[in-house]
Design a protein around this ligand. Sequence first.
Ligand code: C2E
Ligand code: CA
Ligand code: CA
Ligand code: CA
Length: 277
Amino acid sequence: EADKRNTSYGLFDQQSGEKHARRMHIARSLETAIEKQQFVLYFQPKMKIKSHTIDSCECLIRWFDDGEFISPAQFIPIAEHSGFILPLGEWILDTAFAQAKAWHEQGLHIRLAINISARQFTQQDFVAGIKERLQRFAVPAELIELEITETAIMDDEEFGISVLQALSTLGISLSIDDFGTGYSSLGYLQRFPVNKLKIDQSFVRNMASDKRDQALVLSICQLAKNLGLDIIAEGVEEHAQLEKLKEYNCDQIQGYLLSRPIPADEFEAFLAKGVSF
Ligand code: C2E
Ligand code: CA
Ligand code: CA
Ligand code: CA
């Protein structure tokens, strides 16, 4: 019995040791990844349910470390922990704004939604950085949307609300990302000057079959409507999910049903082709 326990502890130590080594490797490789030009922004379309038109997209970072793809779900938390998210966040903003400018100049009216991490959002000069980019890239504010988690805003609620207010005054669209997975205290919502709630894919995944997930998604849609907010569902992979969301008066969808996140040139081709259903 004692032997068995020792063995399983040994295995646990080995696994957690490997995890730690992997995290250290990623943290170190991140430091040089910008200069090595290993990051690319991909774009995933968002469709308005009523008109079946694509009016915006989410910017999602991709990292190819000497050809090896490393998921943002893995490296973003590490970058947040190490502080590297700050220079990386600057790269993401510059790249997204440059793309917004290019598409604007091509006459494509597409809003770009940029993910903002908590560490970035709570920087004193965050709003100034956005304002400066609107001018430097000559991009209309209505073409920029920021996706921010409840956790980032609630880190210091008073400061968070003042940042949202300042961004909103600039004319930027604001969405609460991963809605339902964070604080889940609804009282704060009416104090947030935001435009949109984004229902996390964990609620959408089984909603075609699971009655409880349906009830949850419907409640979130009704809540958003009552507060005068738009609502988008992410992770939509099947028509059955879209049908339910239509019934619930959800405004927008995003997910593999439409397209995976794709590079800029493929996104342009996707727009030219239009939605096929
Ligand atoms: P998120 O902001 O919740 O982004 C949605 C994730 O769902 C993306 O994963 C997207 O590729 C994936 N997704 C979209 N449609 C579907 C679908 O139909 N089915 C499934 N199964 N998944 C779908 P991704 O690109 O791996 O990003 C993971 C997370 O990494 C993001 O979650 C976000 O928290 C973070 N992230 C990604 N790019 C950035 C970035 O540029 N900046 C920051 N701060 N975080 C980012
Ligand atoms: Ca997001
Ligand atoms: Ca999410
Ligand atoms: Ca997230």
